[in-house]
Ligand binder design. Structure first.
Ligand SMILES: NC(=O)C1=CN([C@@H]2O[C@H](COP(=O)(O)OP(=O)(O)OC[C@H]3O[C@@H](n4cnc5c(N)ncnc54)[C@H](O)[C@@H]3O)[C@@H](O)[C@H]2O)C=CC1
Ligand SMILES: O=C(O)C(=O)Cc1ccc(O)cc1
Length: 354
């Protein structure tokens, strides 16, 4: 096994690069920060992700720049160092093809992709715990050196992630389904709100927030991501176009109940296959709804009371609309622990619904 000793050079100190730096800093690994925009490297240094000047040669270089630039930066780093080089781009075929055009030998390069991020960008959006419990894909190519693959796996683990190894092509098909298509659907749904009357937007609840959150991602970055994965996306979008036509026909019928139920049922079948947190299989959780007065300190009290119950809160959602005197907190717990949570909260005066 190859040990991750560092230094690790990060090229591209935005959301992902700076988060990797912060995660490695937790372990005391020496991190060098490089960015085409000096302000971003300075900001990343100031928030503790590493240092802009490191005298020792890197053991590993992580390229965390937008996909169109990855191949060139990877090739330059292979040329300038003797380090293993990886990248974090959301697509894997194009960076590899670009790097191969520019570098003679790409055996020290192994692509990778942390499956965690945010709709925000830049170093100020970075978090040390961004990858804790997340999946991180490692995508060796035909000539990747096995020791380089090992070192990249070590990087992902050091950042708190669990790794899955897959081919470059399979990765790009997979992310088209679980990341890029959902992003485009979110953008289309959110786009219809751009000119909506504010009286309609005032009706917004958690559902529309869930569906539109990722649409706020940087359009320039996402243009590069979806363009680089256009073949896989085209197939999926054609499938969706067929389903949209089926939906329109069903909605146009007077007695369309069964057809609509079938389409919505297919959605349920897909939704329950999305794995739960930490890559674990999906388990049915029970949601306990707690009404919470809009006063300082109430959330802290609720969490303390929930902890007293001994039930582990697996997921949490806060639905709070400004101007309303109360908000609602959803605590998701395993079915076996619902009663103890409800009892403990009710005894302590909370208004609880299951
Ligand atoms: N945003 C997300 O949630 C996720 C993004 N990724 C991938 O990570 C990579 C970085 O994305 P973000 O951190 O979100 O972007 P970002 O916009 O926050 O950061 C990108 C950084 O790269 C720098 N940069 C651009 N071109 C450069 C070059 N040629 N040389 C040196 N620095 C350069 C920019 O100045 C910026 O600081 C992308 O390839 C993206 O596909 C992967 C997982 C999640
Ligand atoms: O914001 C989220 O929930 C994401 O899923 C972020 C994300 C964006 C791009 C990726 O390549 C991987 C993850």
């Amino acid at each position: 096994m190859t040990e991750l000793r560092g230094p690790v050079r990060i090229v591209g100190t935005g959301l992902i690069g700076t988060s990797i730096g912060l995660a490695l800093a937790r372990l005391g690994v020496v991190v060098e920060l490089v960015d085409g925009n000096p302000d971003n490297a300075l900001m990343a240094e100031r928030i503790g992700a590493g240092s802009r000047q490191v005298e020792i040669e890197p053991q590993l270089v992580v390229v965390a720049v937008p996909p169109d630039h990855v191949g060139a930066v990877v090739a330059a780093q292979l040329d300038q160092t003797t380090a293993v080089v990886t990248d974090a781009a959301s697509v894997k075929s194009k960076p590899l093809a670009d790097a191969r055009k520019l570098a003679e030998d790409v055996s020290r390069y192994v692509g990778s992709h942390p499956m965690a991020g945010s709709e925000r960008n830049g170093p100020l959006a970075a978090r040390a715990d961004l990858f804790d419990g997340a999946t991180w894909a490692i995508t060796p190519h035909e000539t990747s050196d096995p020791q380089a693959v090992d070192l990249v796996r070590r990087l992902a683990e050091a950042c708190g992630a669990r790794t899955v190894e897959m081919s470059v092509a399979d990765h790009d098909l997979g992310v088209a389904r679980v990341s890029h298509l959902p992003h485009l659907m979110s953008a289309l749904a959110a786009g219809t709100l751009a000119d909506a009357p504010s009286s309609h937007l005032e009706l917004s609840g958690q559902g529309v927030r869930d569906v539109t959150r990722i649409a706020a991602g940087d359009p320039r970055l996402w243009t590069q991501i979806v363009s680089a994965n256009s073949t896989a996306l085209t197939g999926l979008l054609e499938q969706i176009r067929g389903e949209l036509d089926r939906l329109l026909v069903a909605l146009g019928k007077e007695e369309a109940g069964e057809e609509l139920t079938a389409i919505l049922g297919q959605g349920v079948s897909g939704a329950i296959r999305v794995p739960g947190k930490h890559g674990a299989p999906h388990i049915d959780l029970v949601t306990v709804l707690v009404t919470i007065p809009d006063r300082p300190g109430q959330l802290a009290k609720l969490f303390a009371d929930a902890a007293e119950s001994g039930a582990n809160v697996e997921d949490l959602r806060i639905d709070h609309s400004p101007g309303r005197p109360v908000g609602e907190v959803e605590l998701s717990v395993k079915p076996g622990t619902v009663d103890q949570l409800v009892d403990a909260l009710t005894t302590r005066g909370w208004v609880v619904h299951v």
